[in-house]
Design a protein around this ligand. Structure first.
Ligand SMILES: *Cc1c(COP(=O)(O)O)cnc(C)c1O
Length: 244
């Protein structure tokens, strides 16, 4: 099998899973946008995906993402795709990420808002739209220790205030919420909680309708609980050599 055939097969299988999960949940398959997570995979794979009609790509580390976006801009200046930044975001990288991402899924603290907005304002000279933002919710039921910086996600109780701060920021547009089901928990429980937080946010801000949840291993559970965006990597591109 060529790499292209491999990717096409993974893509077809994933699209079938999404369609079946939507069907089982009484939802239309076009209610779920597939984001292909290309982290740890080369630009060549992104070119194949573009050729196969994919338009949404996810990256989780700033260094890798910025290099890939730049290389793609060189190879494919009319690049029609959209970049979703889905990884833990350091505040000293936030302004740079706002320069090339179309959507940031991982806003989980107030400290990120000013640099994201400022970074976007600096690229607004290129007449870009506001940066679309999702609030990442911590779905782990165990309390977070102050030293645990790896987990990512805001305490559900702090989400309403965070939503207010995003709304108040000039260059940011609040689109919804994002969550990652904890490894050793029941994904249905985690995504149920995410759906509750989403309903709360939508109650205040009706345009914030997106729910980014579901990965290769749990996209069915995510779609059962209202996912509008699934972030799928390994089921399409194969297993990554490094990372998670
Ligand atoms: C890597 C990653 C994914 C994709 O995970 P797969 O299991 O490869 O589908 C989705 N979301 C986030 C936040 C990730 O970091």
């Amino acid at each position: 099998m060529t790499r292209r055939e491999e990717i096409a097969a993974g893509l077809a299988h994933t699209r079938e899973r999404i369609a079946a999960a939507c069907d089982a949940a009484g939802r239309a398959p076009d209610e779920v946008t597939l984001i292909v997570v290309t982290k740890f995979f080369p630009v060549d794979d992104v070119l194949v995906l573009l050729d196969l009609g994919e338009r949404n790509f996810g990256e989780s580390r700033h260094q890798e993402a910025s290099a890939k976006v730049a290389e793609l801009a060189r190879l494919e200046p009319e690049h029609p795709g959209r970049w979703h930044f889905i990884g833990n975001l350091q505040s000293n990288k936030a302004a740079a990420v706002a320069g090339y991402a179309d959507v940031v899924h991982s806003v989980d603290r107030a400290k990120l808002i000013a640099p994201l907005s400022r970074g976007r304002a600096e690229t607004a000279a290129l007449s870009r739209d506001p940066l679309q933002v999702l609030l990442q919710v911590d779905l782990d039921p165990a309390p977070v220790s102050a030293s645990d910086r790896s987990r990512g996600g805001a305490d559900p109780a702090s989400i309403p205030a965070l939503a207010d701060s995003v709304i108040a920021a000039e260059q940011l547009e609040l689109r919804g919420v994002m969550g990652v089901a904890p490894l050793d928990e029941d994904p249905d429980q985690a995504f149920e909680q995410l759906a509750r937080v989403s309903a709360q946010v939508k109650g205040r801000y009706p345009d914030a309708t997106w729910v980014s949840s579901g990965m290769s291993g749990d996209l069915e559970a995510a779609i059962r609980h209202g996912a509008t965006h699934a972030r799928v990597g390994s089921a399409i591109l194969g297993s990554r050599v490094v990372g998670r």
